[in-house]
Design a protein around this ligand. Structure first.
Ligand SMILES: Cc1cc2nc3c(=O)[nH]c(=O)nc-3n(C[C@H](O)[C@H](O)[C@H](O)COP(=O)(O)OP(=O)(O)OC[C@H]3O[C@@H](n4cnc5c(N)ncnc54)[C@H](O)[C@@H]3O)c2cc1C
Length: 481
């Protein structure tokens, strides 16, 4: 039996952010994750937009944590060494009724504490973003919106949490939960875990965890979204995120740059069966039409990847559910974390710690807490002098495995040996971008399999693309025993 004070169920951006925030204190904290890696759920399939907080209705939990989360991103990116660009953003209006909506968003934003919002006309729109549609008659400009690589944020938070003493148990889906005296017993295929307090950060499955732990009986729906990634050289290097006027359930199809220099178009929002990660022709058409309306010059056919994710929507509400359970006082919920969960993650973590403290959970300071996590070397963006130094130190820095994104062997090896490290081809891709470029791993996948096999000490046929059962190699072809 593994014993801990606080178990966090779910190693997505929310579980990892909470783990990082809790590592400032000394309880024994364990993150229990069903998958073989962190950031494998909705965290790996979203737009990475750090919305500023003018969209949520004032007074909601979303409004409270979105605006605060956006502010915290500056400090988080500095401390945790991930890229965060405050790009600013515009919501374009094409009709008079759109213009009225901009006014509502402006007032929402002001009520939510978002400063610097401005309604601007066509001249200023094109000054800020020359690629924006000439048909826009007004826009809501927000200087605070930003972009991140969402799995980079989760990985950085998890690495910092681990360095400060948090443990991670992977491949451990919680199958049932018993309540014994003053503890929970979590049953997983990796063994039983005893925890005095439980934090439910299980994303789209937070409803099941809540029921198992004796908490609230809500249900979570899967509001699915498709996204499109465009090739890096498709248009100008970067583009300010451009939104349409939102609907009550979605911010609509947004065109944005990514921190890696691609253009991303996302996202559709349709209720589908839980777990559905398919891309649909109708969604892709909606994305292309929506993007072209905002940025007519965009070559939407230059897509190199389509992917999908599911937003965790608590049935009949549109808000987050964060706090102590009213039915089981040792259970804390971070449920219904649909959009803007990425933008809100640092503030959700901060608020969760406040809830634990208010509930009397002992949180003595961790005297060894170090807020700094150093990002791994990124060969692609290093100066030529630094690239030379790296290669002089280890020739593996000169063996380029992924040509599209210029990822050398040494960077992949480092990704595998970090804590928590990559154990699959997709885990490598999320950490150092091998396979993320134009060829989508057509050239480098077999070499990544080889490196994973060597570094993990397993046969190539055991190397996984992602989940159990996703082996890539069937067996030896030639020159192998
Ligand atoms: C299409 C789309 C676009 C989006 N765009 C944005 C955006 O631009 N900006 C923004 O702020 N937000 C965006 N979001 C929302 C954002 O992605 C989510 O709010 C966020 O990723 C939720 O993180 P999470 O950690 O709660 O969930 P997840 O990442 O899903 O993590 C939950 C984890 O719990 C684990 N788990 C589940 N059940 C169990 C169990 N029984 N035992 C152990 N582990 C378990 C899962 O394996 C998973 O790893 C978007 C979402 C979608 C779908």
């Amino acid at each position: 039996m593994i014993a801990c004070d606080i178990a966090i169920i779910g190693g997505g951006i929310i579980g990892c952010a909470i783990a990082r925030e809790l590592s400032r204190y000394s309880p024994q904290t364990l993150v229990v994750e069903a998958a073989n890696d962190i950031a494998c759920g909705t965290t790996k399939a979203n737009g990475g937009l750090i919305h500023s907080g003018y969209d949520p209705a004032p007074g909601t939990m979303k409004s409270k944590v979105n605006a605060r989360g956006n502010k915290l991103y500056s400090a988080w990116s500095k401390e945790l060494g991930f890229e965060f660009i405050r790009t600013g953003s515009m919501v374009l209006a094409f009709t008079q009724s759109d213009c009225a909506h901009l006014q509502t968003l402006l007032e929402n934003g002001q009520a939510n504490g978002v400063d610097g919002l401005e309604i601007i006309g066509p001249e200023r729109i094109h000054e800020l973003e020359p690629q924006a549609s000439p048909n826009a008659i007004q826009a809501l400009y927000c200087p605070h919106t930003g972009i991140v690589d969402p799995f980079d944020v989760a990985i950085a938070a998890a690495e910092n949490a681990a360095a400060n003493g948090v443990e991670f148990l992977l491949n451990a889906p919680v199958r049932s939960i018993e309540q014994q005296n003053d503890s929970f017993i979590l049953h997983t295929p990796k063994g039983d875990i005893s925890a005095k307090w439980l934090i439910n950060a299980a994303g789209c499955y937070a409803d099941t965890i809540s029921h198992m732990a004796g908490g609230e009986h809500f249900a979570i729906d899967w509001r699915q979204g498709n996204l499109l990634v465009l090739d890096k050289n498709v248009t100008a290097k970067s583009i300010m995120p451009i939104y349409p006027v939102p609907t009550p359930t979605t911010k609509g199809v947004v065109v944005m740059g990514t921190v890696h220099g691609n253009i991303l178009i996302g996202s559709t929002a349709i209720m589908r069966e839980k777990g559905d990660l398919s891309c649909y022709a109708a969604d892709i058409e909606e994305l292309m039409a929506g993007a072209t309306k905002l940025v007519p010059s965009l070559d939407v056919r230059s897509s190199i990847r389509q992917f999908a994710g599911g937003r965790a929507v608590i049935t009949d509400t549109n808000d987050f559910f964060i706090g102590q359970s009213k039915l089981q006082h040792r259970l804390f919920q971070a449920a219904g974390i649909q959009s803007p969960g990425v933008a809100s993650a640092p503030a959700i973590a901060e608020y969760m710690v406040e809830c634990l403290r208010n509930a009397g959970v002992p949180l003595p300071q961790n005297p060894h807490f170090n807020p700094i996590r150093h990002a791994p070397e990124d060969f692609d963006i290093a100066s030529t002098e630094h690239q030379d130094e790296l290669i002089q130190g280890d020739p593996a820095w000169g063996r380029i495995v992924c040509r599209c994104e210029t990822v050398p062997e040494a960077e992949i090896v480092a990704a595998i040996h970090r804590t928590p490290g990559a154990t699959s081809v997709e885990g490598v891709k999320r950490r150092c971008r091998a396979g993320m470029g134009r060829c989508q791993s057509g050239f480098c996948q077999s070499r990544v399999v080889d490196i994973l096999s060597r570094e993990l000490g397993i046969a190539p046929a055991k190397v996984l693309l992602e989940n159990p059962g996703s082996e890539i190699v069937l067996g030896p072809v030639k020159g192998d025993d």
